[in-house]
Write a protein that binds this ligand. Structure first.
Ligand SMILES: [Zn+2]
Length: 324
């Protein structure tokens, strides 16, 4: 999953970095040799890492990064010789990339006091590559700083994680902004509300979902499940479950998140007495139970269960629930 998407302004990024170890490091000048920046999907972890890199090469006597000096400007254009940003090649960061990182980290800075190497989507590092990186994590070279960026820290070896200073980014959700982003991407009012919910109110996540282009398929599947469950057509439901089971992990997660959000919005409509909502899914208790089933399914699918059986179970229970 890419974390390079950018919708945040410079000040948003500085805000994100505000209460992190990165801001403190720049202020007091005590810089670790390796950081692990953990950001939720759609939040600009790599933007924060680059902001930190600018802070390290900035020559301003005042607050760093000043965003004005030659060093800041060059780093912002990714043309600074002491700021390197590496991303996966064909979805993986392999051993060759790791060796390249080691070479970079062993090199002397050319213009600044430090050399910063940023590895985006560090979760795509192969085990071999991670083991190779341990070399520089265990015996760091003085002026080099390695920044790993990921939204999936669980994919990294504990030995790698434990040798990096953790930086966890916690943006505040903004539902209204998330809804606006969805509208900008062409979603209608209802879908925009749904998207904002699926993205937990993070505008960056909304944009990421829209750019991946799987959104409409997810909505179509979810509408199909809810309608077919109401009709009680088990055969058609099992076909939908089969269709879901064949999806790549990220798409299936999006479908389940969309299903859960749709149910939550239905619940709100039912509680507000909307006649439109009550025609399909009438009782708050039923909807709350349905949300629980979907949440449980989402969790179980992360544990290597048979996904077809798991999804079959979910759609059939939903049909039973809605038909009382
Ligand atoms: Zn500067």
């Amino acid at each position: 999953m890419s974390s390079t998407w950018s919708a945040s302004s410079g000040s948003d990024i500085a805000q994100l970095a505000k209460r992190t170890a990165l801001r403190v490091a720049l202020r007091v000048g005590q810089v670790a040799h390796a950081y692990l920046v953990v950001s939720p999907p759609g939040v600009e972890g790599v933007g924060v890492a680059l902001w930190f890199a600018r802070g390290l090469v900035c020559t301003s006597p005042g607050r760093r990064p000043c965003e004005q000096c030659c060093e800041c400007v060059a780093a912002r254009r990714l043309s600074h010789p002491d700021v390197q940003l590496l991303a996966p090649d064909k979805g993986t960061l392999g051993i060759d990339r790791a060796r390249h990182v080691i070479r970079l980290c062993h090199g002397r800075p050319l213009r600044s006091e430090r050399r910063v190497v940023i590895l985006d989507q560090a979760d795509t590092l192969t085990h071999e590559a991670q083991n190779a990186l341990l070399k520089i994590l265990e015996e760091p070279y003085g002026p080099s700083v390695l920044v790993l960026v990921t939204c999936r820290p669980d994919m990294l070896l504990p030995t790698v994680r434990s040798r990096c200073q953790p930086v966890v980014l916690r943006p505040r959700p903004d539902r209204e902004a998330a809804r606006r982003v969805a509208v900008e991407y062409g979603a209608g009012e209802g879908d925009a509300e749904l998207l904002a919910d699926v993205a937990s109110g993070f505008p960056g996540r909304v944009a990421q979902i829209c750019e991946q282009g799987r959104w409409r398929k997810a909505v179509r599947l979810v509408d199909g499940i809810l309608d077919t469950a109401k009709e009680g057509d088990d055969l058609a439901l099992l076909q939908l479950a089969e269709e879901m089971a064949a999806l790549p992990d990220e798409c299936l997660e999006l479908v389940l998140d969309t299903l859960r959000s749709k149910l939550r919005l239905l619940l709100r409509q039912v509680l507000a007495g909307s006649p439109h909502a009550t025609r399909a899914w009438a009782s708050p208790d039923v909807i709350i139970e349905a949300v629980r089933i979907v949440t449980l399914t989402r969790r179980r699918l992360n544990n290597n269960v048979n996904r077809k059986l798991c999804l079959d179970g979910m759609v059939l229970v939903l049909a039973e629930l809605v038909n009382g």
